[in-house]
Design a protein around this ligand. Structure first.
Ligand code: FMN
Length: 181
């Protein structure tokens, strides 16, 4: 029964997984634009579109981001031809207040981004284990930005190594039961 249900789901959703094996082949600029455009189609509170992206594709820009990563992550992520920093604007909202929904909306944009990348034959892997605090304090931005993740983007890497990677299992869907106190 479950297998039939899986076959009905959007292919890209079922195929996507976070690989550690990227080809060093460059990513086409038009594809980067398309992938980012897809991200901006995400639904978002008050249409604030609070997501902000920084695309690193030169060795210098990539190094600037990798400086904040752990050695273990750096090893595989350095192969990815493109890194995209995912940030969100916390302020400057429709009512001049803090935007509570910024992380929610930016996460949704990342989801859209990953699916469009998958559709175009790319693979992605988002990481959060880097020194966000240091990074935030060392970069100047004209907005009040919170940093969430760095996405590695590229064509699939070594097929034999990728074949050994396993898709992470999913828990069964559990609706949250809300009860009044
Ligand atoms: C916000 C975020 C942070 C993550 N941080 C890391 C990380 O630091 N290192 C890593 O290897 N994977 C990281 N991942 C990938 C997750 O481990 C992965 O998405 C999860 O295990 C589900 O597997 P799948 O993406 O292959 O379906 C992160 C993913 C997200 C969305």
């Amino acid at each position: 029964m479950r297998r039939v249900l899986e076959q009905e789901i959007m292919e890209e959703m079922m195929e996507r997984y976070s690989t550690m094996y990227f080809s060093e082949e460059p990513v086409d600029d038009e594809d980067i634009k398309g992938i980012l455009l897809a991200a901006t189609q995400a639904p978002n509170a008050y249409n604030e579109q609070p997501w902000r992206f920084f695309v690193a594709k030169t060795p210098q820009d990539k190094e600037m981001l990798m400086e904040y990563m752990l050695p273990g992550e750096k090893e595989w992520i350095s192969k990815a031809p493109v890194l995209i920093l995912l940030a969100g604007n916390m302020g400057d909202t429709h009512n001049g207040l803090y935007n509570y929904w910024t992380p929610f909306d930016t996460g949704c944009a990342w989801g859209y981004m990953s699916l469009e990348a998958q559709r175009r034959g790319y693979v992605t892997h988002c990481i959060g284990s880097f020194d966000r605090v240091d990074m935030r304090s060392e970069f100047q931005a004209s907005e009040d930005l919170e940093i969430y993740g760095i996405v590695a983007l590229g064509r699939p890497g070594d097929a034999a190594l990728m074949a050994k990677e396993k898709q992470m299992p999913r828990k069964t869907v559990n609706a949250v039961q809300l009860r009044r106190r």
